[in-house]
Design a protein around this ligand. Structure first.
Ligand code: GLN
Length: 195
């Protein structure tokens, strides 16, 4: 049976565990390279990307996570999308550079302006209720990696909010705070893209 990892240093971890348990999917929190070796796919949760990055570096996880995202499905959510992005601004910071997007942090306002929307996502049959919490603006970078198409799966008010490229998903919204397991089900089903 496959195991999904959730990067477990910081942020919105438990709601993913609840949804994955409801789907009957085995999951662990990933804190080390040894944990990464036990999993088939990884969720990098929402939270605070600067803090998460400090933990990633302190645990020597930058290169192992980069390598993992080349060969296995990875889903970066909000702060997680900032972590996987190629470029980060407002302010700029290091990242895994695993998907050809730019993340402009805190674009959707402060915590007090958090909001929920019913979002149409092309991978799902019906809309999904998602939450924007100090979310970044995501946009394609001007130069792209060869041979890996960057796709947009959902937009909100004319801005793309969900990208995929190769093995990596990046969405600016939280998809784990409600009861709907639809997007988690899709993530668990998708196969790794061969290099
Ligand atoms: N504002 C946070 C950051 O820049 C992301 C917020 C979130 O993940 N909900 O890291």
């Amino acid at each position: 049976m496959e195991t999904v990892g959730i990067l477990g240093y910081q942020g919105c971890i438990e709601p993913h565990e609840v949804l994955l348990s409801r789907l009957g999917v085995s999951h662990i929190r990933v804190l080390s390279v040894a944990d990464l070796e036990r999993i088939d796919r990884l969720i990098i949760p929402g939270g605070e990307s600067t803090t998460m990055l400090k933990f990633i570096k302190a645990h020597g996880m930058m290169s192992p996570l980069r390598e993992f995202s080349r060969v296995r499905p990875v889903w970066g959510i909000c702060a997680g999308a900032i972590i996987v992005a190629n470029e980060v601004s407002n302010p700029s910071q290091d990242s895994l550079k695993a998907i050809d997007i730019h993340a402009h942090r805190n674009f959707y306002g402060p915590q007090t302006e958090s909001f929920s929307v019913e979002l149409e996502i092309d991978l799902l049959r019906g809309p999904l209720e998602v939450q924007f919490i100090r979310a970044p603006l995501l946009a394609p970078t001007s130069s792209r990696s060869e041979g890996k198409t960057l796709c947009v799966h959902a937009s909100h008010q004319g801005q793309p909010v969900f990208f995929s490229q190769g093995n990596v998903w990046a969405c600016s919204f939280h998809a784990e705070l409600g009861q709907d397991t639809a997007l988690h089900e899709e993530f668990v089903k998708r196969s790794a893209t061969p290099l």
